[in-house]
Design a protein around this ligand. Sequence first.
Ligand SMILES: Nc1ncnc2c1ncn2[C@@H]1O[C@H](COP(=O)(O)OP(=O)(O)OP(=O)(O)O)[C@@H](O)[C@H]1O
Ligand SMILES: [Mg+2]
Length: 250
Amino acid sequence: MSLLEIKKARLKLDNKNILNGVSLSVNAGEVHAIMGPNGSGKSTLSYMLSGREGYELESGEILLDGQSLSEMPADERARSGLFLAFQYPVELPGVGAMSFLREAVNSRRKFIGKEEFDHLAFVKEARKEASKMFVKDEMLKRAVNVGFSGGEKKKFEILQMAMLKPKVSILDETDSGLDVDALKIVSDGVNAQRSDDNAIVVITHYQRLLDYIVPDFVHILSDGVIIKSGGPELALEVEKNGYAGMINAA
Ligand SMILES: Nc1ncnc2c1ncn2[C@@H]1O[C@H](COP(=O)(O)OP(=O)(O)OP(=O)(O)O)[C@@H](O)[C@H]1O
Ligand SMILES: [Mg+2]
């Protein structure tokens, strides 16, 4: 069953073609990796999926678990089970990390017909998940991402993922800026979420991440279009030979 279906997605920014007909089908239980040169449109794809203003499709279609996202505002996409971890997580001064998490998690739980957490139950749950990610309680008392180190921001993203239990997660360069231990912790956190009823898409430049989070499929995005798809061996090929050969062949 396809949880995320992107059909011939085209998108322009400032009158420049950025996505030029991206098609991708991600089934329940699968992990896909998207790789590709800088500027090929990977983050644009994730912004478009999130429903960010200014990233509306020019043509094409996106379906989350069979439901069209085109007309759905960003917050509703999140409630419906789409989770985006951005390459550059946004700082939210004045918004406490704990209350931000609680708001997001309860709104998702309400949507799927589960009872909302009360304050105590939530704090207990958050602390449990945070300790798995080696996120200190002290961090959850601070404003979202404000003054978090690069690695702390990435851990906080995966903590959100663990608590929201999304159907589809898109992780944009979640490995960037992580030290070797943090890379392992974050990868373990992502792997713990793998299940037969969700799907994960990781965007990365490095094969190294895919040693930890072993994907079922790897796609190469170049100039706003997927030029090649394959298994994990495709990432090894990129590591060894770069993109030029693939791009020329396409
Ligand atoms: N507002 C804009 N107007 C015009 N071009 C833009 C705008 N925003 C982004 N772009 C261009 O869109 C292209 C795709 O950018 P995007 O951030 O999606 O690339 P990426 O594949 O994520 O790259 P990286 O690997 O460096 O993160 C880039 O060439 C970028 O300069
Ligand atoms: Mg990017």
